[in-house]
Design a protein around this ligand. Structure first.
Ligand SMILES: N[C@@H](CCC(=O)N[C@@H](CS)C(=O)NCC(=O)O)C(=O)O
Length: 275
């Protein structure tokens, strides 16, 4: 049996698969992409025609899309099952996984917007050697696929003042409010067993935390407690141990610089909820 994961050190959707592999104690081989354009190389495109990570190759067969990979791992390796044990809970877990998906209303998209608006835009600016929109646009063209390109330029150019950023914070706020409700009546996201749903959100919660977006759960004790328990699991290391320390520094220091604006956006949302 061989499992090879094509991934990236800080990509949240790739980390999601590493967490599942860790929870299931499955051995795997690592193929790291830099995502600096190497995702478009013909060899990789053959495995993943969407030119994104992750891709899991199991005994020569390539599986793409992180949610589908998580489900695949449950089917192919039912030991250490991460599936809830009844049909209704499985359906609930699938819905939470679908929530993450990367169309523009998904949590994955919101996480990408927040990451670039707060932190990674500074990498693009450094690469372009300019904050001029046309120069940023050229730098983006060299590394990103067209789908990401559609939203990225505005976010890189305007940072946390891009309309997409406030929309992302609003999306997280709704998610975390929903989690607070769930976690007030169960130990994990779905019932009292750690499941595929908790696995799928681990890398996203860590990303929000690194970006200093923990204001999202400051007044939500059940989420704060759940996140503490996720972080305490060995599988959380499958997220953090792969990050470059430099990247962690960028995410946290840039996050500190923008935390006040985020608090203001959240305070505005709270006032809206009150009406
Ligand atoms: N829905 C896909 C999303 C994959 C995705 O967007 N991966 C990002 C990293 S988190 C990527 O490879 N980006 C490179 C690019 O957009 O060019 C999944 O969950 O596998």
């Amino acid at each position: 049996m061989s499992l090879t994961l094509y991934h990236h050190n800080s990509s949240v959707c790739a980390a999601k698969v590493r967490v599942a592999l860790a929870e299931k104690s499955l051995p795997w081989e690592s193929r790291l992409l830099r995502l600096d354009g190497d995702q478009f190389e013909p060899g990789y495109r053959k495995l993943n025609p969407r030119s994104v990570v992750p891709t899991l190759v199991h005994d020569g067969r390539a599986i793409i899309e992180s949610n589908i990979i998580l489900e695949y791992l449950e089917d192919a390796f039912p030991q250490h099952s991460l599936r809830p044990d009844n049909a209704a809970d499985r359906a609930a877990a699938r819905l939470l996984l679908q929530n993450l998906d990367n169309d523009v209303s998904g949590i994955h998209h919101a996480a990408s917007v927040a990451t670039y608006a707060i932190a990674y835009r500074h990498h693009v600016i450094a690469k372009a050697g300019s904050t001029e929109r046309a120069e940023l646009s050229k730098a983006i063209d060299q590394t990103m696929n067209n789908k990401s390109r559609a939203w990225l330029e505005d976010v890189v150019y305007k940072g946390i003042h891009a309309p997409a950023f406030a929309a992302a914070i609003m999306r997280f706020d709704l998610l975390i409010a929903d989690f607070e409700q769930r976690l007030s009546s169960s130990i994990w996201l779905i019932g009292d067993h750690h499941s595929i749903a908790d696995v799928a959100y681990t890398s996203y919660m860590i990303r929000l935390d690194l970006l200093q977006l923990d204001a999202l759960w400051r007044k939500r004790p059940a989420v704060a407690d759940w996140y503490g328990r996720l972080r305490a699991r060995d599988s959380a290391r499958a997220v953090l141990d792969w990050y470059d320390p430099e990247n962690i520094e960028t995410l946290t220091s840039r996050g500190r610089e923008t935390a006040e604006t985020v608090e203001q956006i959240l305070a505005g949302l709270e006032t809206r909820h009150e009406h």
